[in-house]
Design a protein around this ligand. Structure first.
Ligand code: MLZ
Length: 265
């Protein structure tokens, strides 16, 4: 299975290091995912974060849940970690004196909502409170350095977790670049963002790690990702510290790109 992606080989081939796990706002030991497909819970509507809706678990992937808001369509699924603060047991909202809201894009007449809510919850399996895990604390400082490797959610294809590199660091923000892709998927985020994970996260959780892209050659960084060494220039600028070397594994992988039927861009 020489065409499979292995971090160990890849880090060696690229002369790079994974960002230390202490850099991330993630549990050292990933949380257990004990949810089952069909269970219901409360979730913040990702398209309207102030409203709390009923969601159904429509899939399980590693430490994440694939969620669909009741009363919404199947084109707006979203993914949340089991220790995400965006999800809570059914009944939490009511306890806090709030009302469960119809999702943005509720397909029926608004006046039907109260009855819809009753019907959707009636006889359903509600995820027990013990399945929701506490969000890990924020690391006190941004310790990411340019060149460090990690696993990151592709925000344009949020079911995908992909090999990535820190491309730039500015204060509390880090620039996530996706290995083997030309830049269309790159983004800035806070260092304590929940969408980024240390190298090995997917292997530990059982989530699927995508292989690097084949659009651009993987660069072998000659500068080591150590704080003592001078900061490498951001990837958008040509840098003398980075040399484009086409690695043999990329040739092998060319024929085995993962094609996903849904949400492709
Ligand atoms: N549908 C897209 C997915 C690209 C995913 C890139 N992730 C960094 C494609 O295959 O082009």
């Amino acid at each position: 299975q020489s065409d499979e992606f292995h971090w160990e080989n890849y880090l060696k081939e690229t002369g790079s290091l994974g960002a230390p796990s202490e850099c991330f706002r993630q549990s050292k030991v990933p949380p257990a995912n004990e949810f089952k497909v069909g269970m219901k819970l409360e979730a913040h509507d990702p398209r309207n974060m102030t409203s709390i809706c009923v969601a159904t678990v429509v899939g399980i992937t590693g430490a994440r849940l694939r969620l669909r808001l009741d009363g919404s369509d199947n084109r707006n699924d979203f993914w949340r970690l089991v220790d995400s603060p965006d999800i809570q047991p059914i009944g939490t909202c009511e306890k806090e004196g709030d009302l469960l809201q119809p999702p943005l894009g509720y397909q029926m007449n608004a006046s039907s909502w109260p009855m819809f809510l009753l019907r959707t919850l009636n006889g359903s399996e509600m995820a027990p409170a013990t399945l929701f895990k506490k969000e890990p604390p924020k690391p006190p400082l941004n310790n990411f350095k340019v060149g460090m490797k990690l696993e990151a959610i592709d925000k344009k294809n949020p079911y995908m977790i992909c090999p990535a590199t820190i491309g730039d660091v500015k204060g509390d923000e880090i620039y996530i670049t996706f290995d083997g892709w030309s830049g269309a998927f790159d983004y800035w985020c806070k260092y304590d963002c929940r969408d980024i994970f240390p190298v090995g996260w997917c292997r530990l959780t059982g989530d699927v790690l995508q292989p690097p892209g084949t659009q651009v050659p993987i660069t072998k960084s000659i500068a080591k990702t150590q704080s003592s060494l001078p900061k490498a220039a951001p990837r958008s600028m040509p840098s003398p510290q980075k040399t484009a070397i086409i690695l043999p594994t990329q040739q092998i992988r060319k024929s085995s790109r993962i094609k996903t039927p849904l949400h492709t861009s």
